[in-house]
Structure formats: structure tokens, C-alpha cells
Unconditional design. Structure first.
Length: 116
């Protein structure tokens, strides 16, 4: 059974930083690309960042380039999202995603609120 569990969300002031983690189980983690999505209130879910494996190539949405960094630790079955210089418009529920044999798996999400 594939499980993705996010952690690390919270309330942060504009300009601050947070690090999200997503722990995966039930899959051979190192075989699969992993993604972070987010969904803000009243908006559609959007891809924030993606990382392939094993080469670790990354892709970012234009809105987060230069501020967010996606990384992975295959030994720990974990993918991370380091978020710096956070803006109020980054406020959203952030979801971890992996596609395994053409099936999309999602975590339950972690809420990030950027507000003063």
C-alpha cells in the first residue's frame, strides 16, 4: 500500500522559510519521480516542483523559481521542499505526489500560511 505523508507546514511571516517533507512507503522510492503540488483557496491544484530519479533533475513553476528547492533522499524515502522568501501568495495546502505504474498517489497535504 502506497502512502505519502507530508509534514512541515505552518504559519510563517512574509520573507520567511519553511521546509516541507514527504515520507513515502509501499514503493521502491528511488525508481520514481516525485512532485510537490499546491492548492490555494478557490484555485486549481498546480505543480510547484518535480524531481526525477535517479538523476535528480528538477523542474519548477515560474512563480517559485529561485525561491524553492526540491530535493530527495532515496535512502530515507523522503522528498523535501525548501521554501525561502515566502510570499502571501504562497499560502496553500501543499501536496506530495508520485506516479507509480500510471497511478497517481497523493498525500493528505500540509497547510502553509504566509501572513504577518
Amino acid at each position: 500500500q502506497v502512502q505519502l505523508v507530508e509534514s512541515g507546514g505552518g504559519l510563517v511571516q512574509p520573507g520567511g522559510s519553511l521546509r516541507l517533507s514527504c515520507a513515502a512507503s509501499g514503493i521502491t522510492f528511488s525508481r520514481y519521480a516525485m512532485n510537490w503540488y499546491r492548492q490555494a483557496p478557490g484555485k486549481e491544484r498546480e505543480l510547484v516542483a518535480a524531481i526525477s530519479s535517479p538523476d535528480g533533475n528538477t523542474h519548477y513553476a515560474n512563480s517559485v523559481k529561485g525561491r524553492f528547492t526540491i530535493s530527495r533522499d532515496n535512502a530515507k524515502n523522503t522528498v523535501y521542499l525548501q521554501m525561502n522568501s515566502l510570499k502571501p501568495e504562497d499560502t496553500a495546502v501543499y501536496y506530495c505526489n508520485g506516479r507509480v505504474r500510471l497511478v497517481d498517489y497523493w498525500g493528505k497535504g500540509t497547510l502553509v500560511t504566509v501572513s504577518s
